[in-house]
Design a protein around this ligand. Structure first.
Ligand code: ADP
Length: 532
């Protein structure tokens, strides 16, 4: 089984969030099951710097400039880097300019990535043709569509939604630029509230659609979570599945983690105590083993519910807790948490920014991790928390609901609890969950210890989910010998975008927004993480 992953991020080469962790780890788990996976990524400066010894495996002339495919290896991953300096050799994040604004040509940049993925899916590269093109999130959402346009046998396609809130919405004036014939601009095609959605393209035109947890798969069919695409998802119901993300055991493992001062295991948690002291010191907190340390490691976005936690902070502190927050994003939230740190010296420590190694220290050193998300497709930080014996306190939504077992009386009686789950997502319920945790911490340390052991024993690795993906790939018709031409494929010559350069307009919000969480998020569905 040969699989081409197409994505805009891949840990450890380039990461802004959980997408990178998945794209970095799942190919290796599939590899252990016998699949041959290559990852197609933009050759951002970070990727170019990390990929050693590349060789040229393809060159194409695109309207905006020449592009080269470079094959290389990094951290056990076979990578094909799309070297297109005019699109990807830029400072800033993968999606944003240094001033935080989206790159105005994001749709062209990622349509080019998708077009090249389609080309590889149909023609192969250096003698290697995938059986499946597995496209991730809106940045790769046009890959299945371009493959549909092909008239030759091509790879089958799988599309994974990592977050419905980022939809790659593009004005219809860009149809031609992206090589999308206007007949696909329909309600059951790519049309999205008067604009185009590249995420919707992935949902509509791929052979199979997945998302990253079973509960999120259910939620996406509802108006509350579907963000205007619940109809598109429901229309694919028989081809749609939720497969839980896992974690990379070689990166996130308290027994072997080289980014923490002391390693530890469920049998001997003494290293965790040392990590806690180091964490408290690093964040300017009172170094006191008796106080429960709560951590947050997160983008500061409305989705993550950290405004709700602010309302609960006074009780958390009053009852003896400490808070360590590592994150960045919304300027108002950044300021509010910095003010909280200034107002509670020794009790609240805040680091605004992105710091991979500090995130390991926070997972290892904290006693509990708080994730009050309004929606959470899967969530990885609660999985890291489980693995590190750092009890998750989570909202009952998406993958959080699928991975944490609330330590209620029944679960305690059967000794199966792994954390604290609250619902609905509001300050009262979060406050109650934090109070329950603190009561256990001080009142029943032996129960806390049992919960830690349960948490650390959870099977949060990739093995089971990688098997599910492999089953999914195998279930696709035409696998192996080249997919048959798809009967519904319209006659078009090229699988690549026809005019991948010179965008005329910046990414725009849709004219009308659906009455869903997208509107509640106070943001356009294209803004924030992963750009537009
Ligand atoms: P999302 O992808 O929505 O941001 P996830 O929980 O799926 O949320 O994944 C977030 C990933 O990003 C995790 O690996 C987490 O450790 C990491 N992360 C988030 N914020 C920071 C930060 N400020 N510093 C370091 N790592 C971070």
């Amino acid at each position: 089984m040969r699989v081409l992953f197409v994505a805009s991020e891949c840990y450890p080469l380039i990461k802004t969030g959980g997408l990178a962790d998945v794209v970095g780890a799942l190919p290796q788990a599939l590899g252990r099951l016998g699949a041959e996976v290559r990852v197609l990524l933009p050759n951002y400066p970070e990727v170019a710097g990390a990929l050693g010894g590349t060789r040229v495996v393809g060159r194409f002339r695109e309207r905006g400039g020449d592009v080269t495919l470079l094959a290389g290896e990094a951290s056990g991953l076979d990578v094909i880097a799309l070297d297109a300096p005019h699109l990807f050799d830029r400072p800033g994040s993968p999606y944003h300019m240094p001033d935080g604004q989206d790159w105005p040509d994001n749709h062209v940049r990622f349509a080019t990535l998708s077009g090249i993925a389609a080309r590889i899916g149909c023609e192969g590269v250096a003698g290697w043709r995938p059986d499946v093109v597995h496209a991730h999130d809106w940045q790769a959402g046009l890959a299945p569509f371009y493959i549909r346009l092909a008239t030759v046998p091509c790879a089958r396609t799988v599309f994974t939604i990592h977050n419905m809130a980022y939809q790659g919405v593009v004005p219809t004036t860009e149809l031609d630029t992206l090589g999308i014939p206007s007949r696909f601009y329909t309600a059951d095609g790519m049309e999205y509230w008067g604009a185009l959605s590249l995420l919707k393209s992935g949902i509509v035109y791929s052979d199979r659609v997945t998302t990253v947890s079973p509960t999120y798969a259910q939620e996406l069919r509802t108006g509350e979570f579907g963000m205007g695409l619940e109809g598109a998802v429901s229309a694919r119901a028989k081809d749609f599945a939720g497969i839980l993300n896992g974690i990379d055991d070689t990166v996130w493992n308290p027994r072997t983690d080289r980014l923490i001062p002391a390693t530890y295991s469920p049998r001997d948690l003494s290293g965790k105590a040392a990590d806690k002291a180091a964490l408290q010191a690093a964040f300017g907190l009172d170094v006191d083993p008796s106080r429960p340390v709560f951590t947050v490691i997160s983008r500061l976005a409305y989705q993550k519910g950290l405004d709700i936690l602010l309302a609960v902070l006074p009780e958390l502190i009053e009852r003896g807790g400490q808070l360590v927050l590592l994150g960045s994003g919304d300027p108002d939230l950044q300021r509010a948490y910095m003010d909280a740190a200034a107002g509670h010296p020794g009790r609240v420590g805040v680091r605004i920014g992105y710091d991979e190694s500090l995130s390991h220290l926070a997972q290892a050193g904290a006693d509990a991790i708080i994730i009050p998300s309004r929606f959470e497709p899967c969530g990885l930080t609660q999985l890291y928390g489980l693995r590190y014996g750092t009890l998750p306190i989570v909202a009952r939504t998406g993958g959080l609901a699928d991975t944490v077992i609330d330590a209620n009386d029944a679960a305690l009686a059967r000794n199966i609890g792994t954390g604290f789950v609250f619902y609905p997502v509001n300050a009262d319920r979060l406050r109650f969950a934090v109070e329950r945790a603190i009561a256990l911490w001080y009142g029943a340390p032996e129960v806390w210890r049992r919960l830690q052991v349960n948490a650390m024993a959870q099977p949060v690795g990739w093995h089971a989910s990688a098997e599910r993906y492999l089953d999914l790939y195998r279930s696709l018709p035409g696998e192996g010998a080249g997919a048959p031409a798809q009967p519904e494929a319209p006659a078009e010559k090229s699988a690549a975008p026809k005019k991948p350069a010179r965008p005329r307009a910046a990414t725009a919000a849709p004219k009308a927004k659906p009455a869903t969480a997208a509107r509640k998020s106070r943001k356009s569905p294209t803004s924030g993480k992963n750009g537009g």
